[in-house]
Design a protein around this ligand. Sequence first.
Ligand code: NAD
Length: 225
Amino acid sequence: MYKKIVVLTGAGISAESGLGTFRGQGGLWEGHRVEDVATPQAFERDPALVQEFYNARRKQLLEDVHPNDAHLFLAEFEDTFTENGGEFLLVTQNIDDLHSRAGSHNLIHMHGELLKSRCSTSGKIRECQQDLTGTDWRPHIVWFGEMPLEMERIYRAIEQCDLFVAIGTSGHVYPAAGFVELAMNTCSHTVEINLETSAASSRFHEQIIGPATVSVTDYFSKLLP
Ligand code: NAD
């Protein structure tokens, strides 16, 4: 029976909630090249385009997207597992808030959050549900080339865990793609759950192929006492 679990999620866990993944569409994110909307250089070059891209993502998230069975089961699992003395950390690369809405508690948004904004001059962070065009505020998102959040806490948890599970992530975006190596080095069991074989599959001890809504529930329910 595992005592300390770290779960890493990527865009694939939110795909069945209706949010587009990124690798699945020929490298485009909702029709845009990452270089045009998710880098500090893109924001300097064309702030209006970048703001509009995130305004549209934010609107979509608030209007018609809901947590799916995978988000919900992970939250339920965390409650039961921790009530029984286990430690559980959920690290997401996603900028949506579906894990929070599903009820996950010990959660790190390593790439920031769509429903937060950050002041370009003071660095202050606040909740954000409105469009940001033409303001001093940028989305509180970690763009490519920027430093992901809470890395020390994540590395410490992975070093100490005895099970590491990556769900719906392509294994292309570092440093998250390297977490499995750290887990392997510190002897945890490593599991990948994905719709298909990914760039990182061969680095895991165990691979489960299937949609997250089914595979996550099947796998984690077997770990419950
Ligand atoms: P990715 O788009 O590169 O890869 C998605 C992975 O999920 C693929 O390997 C795909 O096979 C798998 N997948 C697709 N549907 C699935 C399903 N139903 N069940 C299980 N697996 C499924 O995503 P990534 O690795 O997270 O990297 C993309 C980057 O883009 C991240 O940094 C993230 O911040 C950003 N992004 C975020 C969102 C979001 O917040 N929902 C959406 C798109 C991109």
